[in-house]
Design a binder for this molecule. Sequence first.
Ligand SMILES: [Zn+2]
Length: 283
Amino acid sequence: MTIAASRRRRRMPELPEVESVRRAIAPALEGRRLEHVEIDDVRLTRPEDPLAVAAELTGERVEHVDRRGKYLIVRFASGRALLIHLRMTGSLLREPGEASHVRAVLRLDDGATVGYRDVRRFGTWLLLEPGELEPYLGARLGEEPLLAAFTAKGLGERLAGRRAPLKAALLDQRTLAGLGNIYVDEALWYARLHPLRPAGSLDRGELQRLHRAIRKALELGIARQGSTLSDYRLPDGSSGTMQREFRAYGRSDEPCDRCGTPLEKIRAGGRGTWFCPRCQTLP
Ligand SMILES: [Zn+2]
């Protein structure tokens, strides 16, 4: 495998990528009625029959397009919600036309269409009845890191007593919603914390640094409309530019932007992990 190919491996949309898709697609969907829905992939809706899900969606009016962690949530006026997880290569496209790998098409009451494209077909669509969404997400996701309710103290409570490495604890969606391999490495670099530090060992100052760093990495990612992953595209077909801002992720042997020391790659939390051996030390 070439270096470029191995770098593309397993990069999935994280909070900033999903948020960028949400912001771009929401104006097309909000207030619109789904006039016709076509789903051509049994994997997308399984175990539900795609024809049955398409029939259920037809006629629903979109009230709001939301996000929670790495999930997109299409909320309908009926109280139902369509929960979309893009996984590896899913994306939503305005006017997909003849684009390849389009697995579903929503035709709206203003004549516009929105397509769901997914090369590797790991994405999922789950239609939830009124009242089902909150318990479903509550069981799987921790706090939203960009909401005011997320505090350094709350983060400390989530990490308290945990011996797992920081990297693994932050990849766990029940700790915080939306972080993945890229933004955890970036946040730990900003916070100057070693990825193998036991998650429960941080003092108050370190927790404050980590809290700020998580927000900084995610906000930068959103401002750059995400990083361009192998198949991540914004709904107009363009791509984000966050990959130009990476301080740690994917930068083996490149000099640290803070101290010039070559960055190192290790395995942590089961994933390739990049860090600065001088700025991010183990006590
Ligand atoms: Zn450094």
